[in-house]
Design a protein around this ligand. Sequence first.
Ligand SMILES: Cc1cc2nc3c(=O)[nH]c(=O)nc-3n(C[C@H](O)[C@H](O)[C@H](O)COP(=O)(O)OP(=O)(O)OC[C@H]3O[C@@H](n4cnc5c(N)ncnc54)[C@H](O)[C@@H]3O)c2cc1C
Length: 410
Amino acid sequence: MPDVKMVAGHQPEKAVADVTGAGLRVGVVGGSVAGCALAIAAVRSGADVTVYERSDGALEDRGFGIVVPPPLHAELVGAGYLDAGMPTAPVPSRVWLTGEPGQRTARELARQPAAVTPCHWGLLWRTLRARADGVTYHRGRPVTEVLRHPSGGAVIRTAESEARYDIVVGADGPRSVTRAAVAPQVRPVPARYVVWRGTLPLDVLAAHPHLGELVRTAWITLGFQGGHGVFYLIPGAVEGSRLLAYALYGPPPPPSWTAGREEYVRRVAEEHFPADWADVVGRGVHTSLACHDVADFHVPRVAEPPFLLAGDAASITRPHTASGATKALQDALCLERALRASSSAAEALRRYADERSDEGARLVALGRRLGQAMVERTPDWAAMGPVEVAEWSRATLDGAASYLYGGAER
Ligand SMILES: Cc1cc2nc3c(=O)[nH]c(=O)nc-3n(C[C@H](O)[C@H](O)[C@H](O)COP(=O)(O)OP(=O)(O)OC[C@H]3O[C@@H](n4cnc5c(N)ncnc54)[C@H](O)[C@@H]3O)c2cc1C
């Protein structure tokens, strides 16, 4: 991570009303989901926005699945952040499964109302990027430094340029340069397990029509001792098509493993899944596959004028909460509200921090409880039915709302 130099000095507050004509100048570091969403928020509030994205690759080609709460999806469409035509694959409920000794197919433990709106990461990014049409978007432009300007605002530096802004938004992900300016003491806390995130063509289900029928009506949690798998359909990049997306939580591959990633995932599935699900994972050629170390952190206060953090730059939770992109999108809606309600950039950032800072801490705590209950100290799934799953869910949530458990979360 590059060093961040802080230039001490008084920052006069600039009235939004004074600058709306010329436009508040907002610089956004990172042009992924959070960067595009926050850029839209700032443009809609009348700001002049520039995004700096490190990668010069095609972000739209990332093929992973992302689920968001249906009410949030509806709000984003209504507000104009998302295109109503962006394909999604909504389902109203969640089905819990586990393998039983000697059985080829899984047993259904419980079915809960837990509506989700699954999206294709690349299509989500593409629709956000298209909506950020009033924004100057630089690809292949890594930010090397952000620093306070002695007479107000902040400076974004790249190898080729240096520009001054009233607000700098850090949407630059887990290793954020911007976070180093706001909260240099924050460090990720690793969990001792990994998550594999993959997508497979739908024909992997052809040999198992009962599984195909199941994933068309629900998203699936498949529990085993020491981990679990999550399965759901997402829209494919080709119009009208579907992919099977999954996440598989368990121990990391041993250092001696040299046979490749797909082979490792297949081995875990064969070892822990009933034969039909293991066959699904082992059958197809992945359209995407990645292994993520699971870790979490949160920044205690997510804005210190002129800096603001959003998305993974502000906090990361264990992915059991399915909340990272969701939080980034909520961050954007909050920034727009705060800018519209405030008479200065600094006031808007204080409002944003007041509203959004606790969410990171809440989600980190929830992710840890879910991780412990679903990976580190898994229950005896085979002994459970609907009543036990409901009791176990209540105890694990411990009063927290999660749309993945039917909670009213936007
Ligand atoms: C297995 C798994 C499953 C998940 N499932 C879900 C889910 O179902 N629902 C959900 O809501 N969330 C989910 N998430 C979380 C979600 O994927 C992330 O939280 C979200 O994509 C983060 O978006 P972001 O824009 O904040 O960060 P990123 O996507 O990491 O983007 C950061 C961007 O900043 C750029 N950048 C970095 N440094 C610089 C620099 N110095 N200069 C310029 N640019 C820079 C990077 O190139 C990148 O494009 C999941 C995560 C995992 C690991």
